[in-house]
Design a protein around this ligand. Structure first.
Ligand code: GLA
Length: 740
């Protein structure tokens, strides 16, 4: 026995010796890891303690041999040295600044020290690669892998982290960011977006000053109702369309998020982005992987215009469901009927849809519930069976009738939610997120189902699966989500002995699981993501959706601003815009605005007078002729509505042979100067020749735009065209075609 121990001891010593040598060798060697797109370079580098730091974030360096000289050029090396630029800042040991990760080990120890272990770069195709870097704690069996997925041409980076351990019992993750970036430029400007119902996506730009500026959400579902996971960072000066270094970022997570922008004492910027740790300590069992959501960002050294175009290209090609495909124009009955309809009324509207020339009819809220009919928003949610009074022949009948009329049929659902006045609530109280000891709190008279519970996941999946099984020709789903999570508490987690603080994360992962299953069986059916307006729009959930609903506010003047601000992050093909009766703008104005995206109608077509009806039909025909430019072309934002009397933007095809320019009056003051200056175009070929044509002219109106005249691209992009927007011509659409 003694012998054995001695042998073991000496074996351990030898091992230890080798281990020491190899550790010394590794730590002596500085490792530099470049994360490079075509126009940006991030350099990560180990220090002599083997900690991984961000030493550079900026324009690409031509000579890789100079990568090793970068760190020495900066003098951020006083007593705080190393605190700020950690590539993934741990808490509990040497670090005192805002951490990216904070954990409590199985034995209760609250410290973490992450050291570089190894890294690899995997090429997916000639444009795409993933670099992964393993960091390991030197005392505990705890490791973190940082992932950087890079699309070189689009200058887009997706960054996430995987956390795992082999400790004896569960570890508590108290904070677990997706990304921890470090920028050493001088002066940083942040544009964040604030919102509320009907006022989504309102930009506010400010210079970041000492301290931490936090943008976060604690709403659970409808996470971006008040604050937004999309942001614009600009370096050196405020963001502008065609100049300067900018980063368009988004935390792709459909629930609580937290973005911390910290100016440190060197006046550098630390960005820590991830799931909001608020009420979300996560219990991680040994050998399970916790994958954080992604921080996705597009970079440009030529302003927000180029960054958006790249992000749109990336989204269409790699992210949004069927991003390079087609979309269905539609007539929706929500604002036409609200809850007040039956099958005859609905079938009657099919004719209008057909006559207008749209592809599909969308039946909105109110078609279900029997014991508690869904005749208003107070009852029936959760009981996904056709209301026998309103739809005595079921949905199948409507699908068939629509088909007879030559249009497709789609339907509204809100499967994550329940009204307390419903059979679902009566039968499955334990499926509802609610605190047993407290009075219930409602948001729009409803509550959220507990998607951390696999039974609830099955239920939600079943709602959609049933609809498609019974109605295989159902062509479209509008998936709504109108309530936030109040009284966050899960009966399921309680029963399973899982901490309540897993709820927000497990809910969201449960939602993605359901969507994954739906897409496995129904890969292509178009689905609109709606959240009582624009409460949800991120590139994680948009893997499963073809489009989203930006806001219930369809007042077209408001929409010019809102659509402009969404356009920084989302391509027009993903943005559903409906023509409604909101506001005082003429029909033409409303249609023109809704045409800058995926066009739909939510009006009583029968109420249109003959001229309006004819105009509508012509405008839809026109839309069909230019929609591929809007959906698949390059967006050039020309005149910002926040800064000008008119707003203008255009879409150009990749060949630069066709374009469509949208111009609107956004200031109704009498002395506004809209007509004085031309609108300078962009994105054309200076050497090509073009003709202009005003389209969507209201019957009886003539256009001052000369359609015979030939212009060079050079002229149009230096002098421009004057759309003559004025109080009598409040919206002007101009088609541009190359002349050979
Ligand atoms: C939400 C949606 C609307 C409509 C209603 C139906 O408010 O944003 O478009 O579908 O629900 O209740």
């Amino acid at each position: 026995m003694k012998e054995k121990t001695a042998a073991f001891f000496s074996f351990k010593c030898i091992l230890g010796f080798f281990f020491l040598i190899s550790t010394i060798q590794v730590s002596a060697q500085i490792v530099t890891i470049p994360i490079a797109t075509n126009s940006n370079l991030m350099l990560l580098q180990t220090d002599n303690q083997n900690r991984l730091k961000t030493v550079y974030f900026g324009k690409p360096l031509n000579n890789t041999s100079e990568y090793s000289s970068v760190a020495d050029a900066y003098n951020f090396k006083d007593d705080n040295s190393g605190i700020y630029n950690a590539a993934y800042t741990p808490a509990g040991t040497w670090n005192f600044s805002e951490p990216a990760i904070q954990v409590k080990h199985a034995d209760g120890n609250p410290s973490l020290e992450l050291k570089y272990l190894s890294h690899k770069k995997e090429l997916i195709d000639e444009n795409t690669s993933i670099t992964s870097i393993i960091l390991k704690d030197s005392v505990y069996a705890f490791e973190v892998t940082l992932f950087y997925k890079v699309w070189q041409k689009e200058n887009v980076i997706e960054q996430w982290t995987e956390i795992k351990h082999q400790e004896k019992k569960a570890v508590t993750l108290q904070k677990f960011a997706s990304a921890n970036l470090y920028f050493t430029n001088k002066d940083f400007y942040l544009t964040s977006f604030q919102g509320e119902y009907l006022k989504e996506m309102q930009p506010i730009e400010s210079k970041l000053i000492q301290g931490i500026r936090t943008v976060d959400s604690k709403l659970g579902t409808r996470a971006m109702l008040l604050q937004n996971p999309n942001f614009i960072l600009s370096f050196g000066k405020p963001a502008s369309e065609n100049q300067g270094t900018v980063l368009l970022g988004q935390l792709a997570w459909s629930s609580n998020f937290k973005l911390d922008f910290e100016i440190d004492s060197y006046k550098n910027l630390r960005l820590i982005a991830g799931i909001n740790p608020f009420a979300s300590e996560y219990t991680l069992q040994p050998d399970k992987i916790f994958k954080t959501p992604s921080l996705i960002y597009a970079l440009s050294n030529n302003g927000t215009g180029e960054a958006s175009r790249n992000l749109h290209d990336w989204a269409r090609k790699y992210r949004l469901l069927d991003g390079q495909g087609e979309r269905l124009t539609l007539l929706n009955n929500w604002e036409a009927t609200y809850f007040d309809f039956d099958e005859n009324k609905i079938a009657g509207l099919f004719k209008d849809a057909k006559d207008l020339g749209v592809d599909m009819f969308l039946l909105d809220d109110g078609w279900f519930g029997n014991k508690y009919p869904r005749n208003n928003d107070k009852a029936g949610l959760g009981d996904w069976k056709e209301n026998a009074k309103k739809l005595p022949h079921g949905l199948g009948y409507l699908v068939k009738e629509a088909k007879k009329e030559g249009i497709k049929f789609g339907i509204w659902i809100e499967p994550e939610m329940v009204n307390p006045k419903s059979e679902l609530y009566e039968k499955h109280l334990d499926w509802v997120i609610r605190l047993p000891e407290r009075p219930e709190v409602y948001y729009r008279n409803q509550m959220v189902l507990d998607l951390s519970n696999p039974e609830v996941q099955n239920f939600v999946y079943g709602v959609i699966d049933n609809l498609f099984t019974k109605n295989p020709e159902l062509a479209f789903i509008k998936w709504d989500c109108n309530a936030v999570i109040y009284n966050a508490y899960s009966a399921y987690l309680n029963k399973k002995g899982i901490p309540q603080s897993n709820l927000y994360v497990d809910y969201t992962k449960g939602l993605y699981k359901v969507l994954e299953r739906i897409r496995a069986k129904y890969p292509k059916v178009p689905m609109m993501l709606c959240s009582g307006g624009g409460g949800r729009a991120d590139y994680e959930i948009l893997k499963y959706f073809t489009e989203f609903w930006p806001s219930d506010d369809t007042e077209p003047l408001e929409r010019i601003f809102m659509q402009w601000d969404y356009s920084y992050f989302f391509p027009a093909i993903a943005t559903d815009n409906h023509v409604t009766d909101w506001g005082k703008q003429p029909l033409k104005f409303r249609i023109d605005v809704a045409s800058m995206g995926k066009l739909g109608f939510d009006i009583v077509a029968a109420n249109l007078n003959e001229t309006d009806r004819l105009f509508c039909k012509q405008a839809i025909t026109n839309y069909n002729s230019f929609k591929s430019l809007v959906w698949h072309g390059d967006l050039f934002r020309l005149l910002n509505p926040h800064e000008n009397d008119i707003s203008a933007l255009m879409y150009v095809n990749p060949e630069k042979s066709k374009a469509i320019v949208f111009n609107y009056l956004v200031n109704n003051r009498f002395m506004m100067s809209a007509t004085r200056r031309p609108v300078v175009l962009d994105g054309l070929d200076p050497a090509k020749k073009y003709k202009l044509k005003e389209i969507n002219l209201y019957p009886g109106k003539t256009s001052p735009i000369l359609s015979d005249k030939i212009y060079t691209g050079d002229f149009l992009m230096k002098v421009g065209i004057n759309p003559n927007v004025n109080l009598l011509r409040t919206s002007v659409l101009i088609e541009i075609n190359e002349v050979n």
